[in-house]
Design a protein. Structure first.
Length: 111
């Protein structure tokens, strides 16, 4: 019998993200939103690091774009009060590294 990935030490998103989990783990605080707004200049640049921060806090690692359930992306977008025109885009390795370098120090991590 093989252990399911949800039961391993490597944290992953559950197959179904419950509403309670969205609000409990993926809602940015007022302080997190203010910090993100200070460090960014566009709505897309606001969404990506905020999403990365919440995922890092929950999973303990940075996730690739394809791993993140659309419901989590949409929840963070709504919390930030961004328009629906802020699309879910796939970030390249360079973008992910830049975001990680921005987010990690805020969590006491070195990148």
């Amino acid at each position: 019998m093989v252990t399911s990935v949800e039961r391993t030490a490597y944290r992953v998103f559950p197959r179904l993200v419950m509403t309670r989990e969205l609000y409990l783990f993926y809602s940015p605080s007022a302080e997190e939103m203010a910090r993100a707004r200070e460090k960014t200049d566009t709505d897309e640049h606001l969404r990506a690091p905020t999403l990365a921060l919440k995922i890092l806090q929950r999973l303990g690692r940075f996730a690739k774009s394809r791993e993140v359930p659309p419901v989590v992306v949409e929840h963070v977008r709504r919390c930030l009060e961004l328009g629906e025109d802020v699309m879910r885009s796939r970030l390249g390795a360079e973008d992910r590294a830049r975001i990680a370098a921005q987010v990690a120090p805020a969590q006491g991590l070195t990148w």
